[in-house]
Design a protein around this ligand. Structure first.
Ligand code: GAR
Length: 189
């Protein structure tokens, strides 16, 4: 199985779906470690409960040196022979150093139908624009934020009474199906 690290910053619901799918006997990947840039987040507890090593590498400890923070993470991944990184709600911009080092081996999930709405507050922006559909995208990470080649996408309707919260729940449910499927196809490519 391809050895995957999941990087998170918070609740880790996508991470949990990646771990669960990777634990199936016939899965082509397994999540071997979860790293959060924030300590004490729920996602770390979820990973441990699923039997996966979970580490906090706090960006705060590295001050303004973003690359030093990423080098610390990268060293941990090397020790664990990680082959692919899956970003799942990892809310830090990456340096070109990490992106280049993992070029073609790092994927991300984003809560919009890219190229629509890169960046933050995607659901509020889709509702504000009067869109009838929203969704989620899994893509390869490149240096442009939320710009890399698309590997998979799921569309969901935007309903008349939606706010960012209700739309987020519908998109999250779609994310939890899309990400494991797309990652499995990616590592088996
Ligand atoms: C997910 O909706 C993911 O698409 C989004 O953060 C959420 C994390 O939720 N990612 C981004 O916005 C990346 N810029 P989770 O921690 O419950 O998986």
């Amino acid at each position: 199985k391809t050895r995957v690290a999941v990087l998170i910053s918070g609740s880790g619901t996508n991470m949990a779906s990646l771990i669960a799918a990777g634990q199936a006997a016939d899965a082509p990947y397994e999540v071997v470690v979860v790293v959060s840039n924030v300590a004490d987040v729920a996602g770390l507890d979820k990973a441990r409960a699923a039997g996966v090593e979970a580490l906090a590498v706090e960006h705060k400890a590295f001050g303004k040196d973003r690359e030093a923070h990423e080098r610390a993470i990268d060293a941990l991944l090397a020790e664990r022979k990680v082959e692919v990184i899956a970003l799942a709600g990892y809310m830090r911009l990456l340096t070109p150093w990490l992106v280049r080092k993992w070029a073609g081996r790092m994927v991300n999930i984003h809560p919009s139908l890219l190229p629509l709405y890169p960046g933050l507050n995607t659901h509020a922006r889709a509702i504000e624009a009067g869109d009838l559909e929203a969704g989620c995208t899994v893509h390869i990470v490149t240096e442009g934020v939320d710009e890399g080649p698309v590997l998979g996408q799921t569309r969901v309707p935007i309903l008349p009474d939606d706010d960012a919260e209700t739309l987020s729940e519908r998109v999250k449910a779609a994310e939890h199906r899309l990400y494991p499927q797309t990652l499995a196809a990616f590592v088996a490519r």
